[in-house]
Each structure stands twice: as structure tokens, then as C-alpha cells.
Design a protein around this ligand. Structure first.
Ligand code: ADP
Ligand code: MG
Length: 225
């Protein structure tokens, strides 16, 4: 039964994924109430990144159902799914770079465009200011430091006020001080923008800050032998 006041933002039912000629992964069911930031924990190779891609509408599961913010994700036609992702899902993947030929501000504008929204420069200025990047609005990504790049990726992910904010090992290569500041930013942004965080990690420093966890199955259970 669902509480009327607390929405379920993620629901995963009987989801499996079979890589062609590869591993068969089975994911335990998951239900995340709005605002309950959740860690995805598991060893390397256990399927965390695969799961995040499935939750983000980037990888259609072989079986099962994925609901995000009340929408059965894979019932949407491709174009609608792209638009839904742009509106409701903020992605922070390690490889997801900003478009290099566009300024930081222009990158935010195309993120609004992908979501089918009008360009809203007031919103862009507000988010860049929150992330202490207002002075970089007209800079190109290659002029930013690493920390600024990471903040720009977060800015892009939250620009459309997503329901869920998905991050893949966001602190893996950071020292303690930067880990602390990225976690603070993610938590503050999620709370201010009303997003629920989903973070794949095995970083103890993250576990200290977010206690709700979803554990990946251990290797033997995943074996397709
Ligand atoms: P994690 O993020 O937890 O390290 P992944 O989701 O990346 O795990 O990978 C889960 C399993 O799926 C691993 O055994 C990996 O080798 C396999 N896998 C990942 N991507 C592919 C792919 N594109 N093709 C075939 N197998 C893959
Ligand atoms: Mg991974």
C-alpha cells in the first residue's frame, strides 16, 4: 500500500538483464519512497552500473518492470523516453561529459531543450550560483578545474528539478576533502530540488552519510552456469 503523502519514486519488479553472450544479472526488487536517498552497494562487477542504466532509461531490461516517478519507463516510445529522462532523471556518470564546444551556460540550455522545456536563464543562473559556478557561465568546459567540472556535471543534472538524481561512483577518485564537498553538494541539491539520490558506491565515506542501502546479489547467485 502506498502512503498518499509519500510517493514511490523508484519501483523495480522482477528485473533481469542478459548481456548478449554475457552475464545474466538478476536484480532484487526495489521500492524507494520520495526523499529516501539510497545507496547501491556491491563488489565491482556485481551490476551496479548496469542497474543505474536500467533505472535511467538507458538500457531496457530483458524482463521486468521499472517505474520512475509513477511512470513505467519502458512503456514509453523512444522519443518520449528521452524527454522523460531529461525532465525527471538527473544523471551523473563518470563518462558523461559536457559538450566541449558549448559554454557551461549553453550546456545548461541544451539540457533544458532535451527535456522539452523552454530555456530558462533565471533558473540557470540560480543553479550556477548555488554551485558556486556563476563566474564560469561563459567558460568552456576545458577551462574548468576538476572540481568545477564535477560541480558543472551536478548543475546539469539538477537543472530540470529531476525526481531522481543518479550518480555512479561519484567519489571514487576523490580525496577526503573533495569527497566531503561533493557529498554535501549532492545532498543539499537533492534536498533543495526535491530529488531522491541514488548513488552506486562502495566508498565507506559515502556509507557514513547515507544509510539506506540496496545490496547487489553476490557473485554465485549471478552465475549463469
Ligand atoms: P559494476 O558497476 O558493479 O562494477 P557492471 O554493471 O559494470 O558492474 O557489470 C556487471 C557485469 O556485467 C560484469 O560481469 C560485467 O563484466 C558485465 N558487463 C558490463 N557491461 C557489459 C557489456 N557491455 N557487455 C557484456 N558484459 C558486460
Ligand atoms: Mg560500475
Amino acid at each position: 500500500m502506498q502512503d498518499n503523502l509519500v510517493k514511490t519514486v523508484i519501483r523495480l519488479n522482477n528485473v533481469t538483464y542478459q548481456y548478449p553472450q554475457g552475464e545474466s544479472l538478476h536484480f532484487a526488487d526495489l521500492e524507494v519512497p520520495s526523499g529516501q536517498h539510497t545507496l547501491i552497494l556491491g563488489d565491482s562487477g556485481s551490476g551496479k552500473t548496469t542497474l543505474l542504466h536500467i533505472l535511467s532509461g538507458l538500457l531496457k531490461p530483458t524482463t521486468g518492470m521499472v517505474d520512475i516517478d509513477g511512470q513505467p519507463l519502458y512503456e514509453l516510445p523512444a522519443r518520449k523516453l528521452d524527454e522523460f529522462r531529461g525532465q525527471r532523471i538527473g544523471l551523473i556518470f563518470q563518462e558523461a561529459h559536457l559538450v566541449k564546444s558549448l559554454t557551461i551556460k549553453e550546456n545548461m540550455q541544451i539540457a533544458q531543450g532535451f527535456a522539452g522545456a523552454k530555456v530558462d536563464n533565471t533558473r540557470i543562473n540560480e543553479v550556477l550560483a548555488l554551485l558556486n559556478l556563476d563566474h564560469k557561465a561563459d567558460s568552456y568546459p576545458n577551462k574548468l578545474s576538476r572540481g568545477q567540472m564535477q560541480r558543472a556535471a551536478i548543475a546539469r543534472a539538477v537543472i530540470n528539478k529531476p525526481a531522481i538524481l543518479v550518480a555512479d561512483e561519484p567519489t571514487a577518485s576523490l580525496d577526503d576533502r573533495n569527497t566531503e564537498s561533493v557529498l554535501n553538494l549532492l545532498l543539499t541539491q537533492a534536498d533543495q530540488q526535491g530529488a531522491t539520490l541514488v548513488i552506486a558506491t562502495h566508498d565507506k565515506r559515502v556509507k557514513n552519510r547515507i544509510t539506506r542501502a540496496y545490496e547487489m546479489a553476490t557473485r554465485p547467485a549471478l552465475s549463469n552456469k
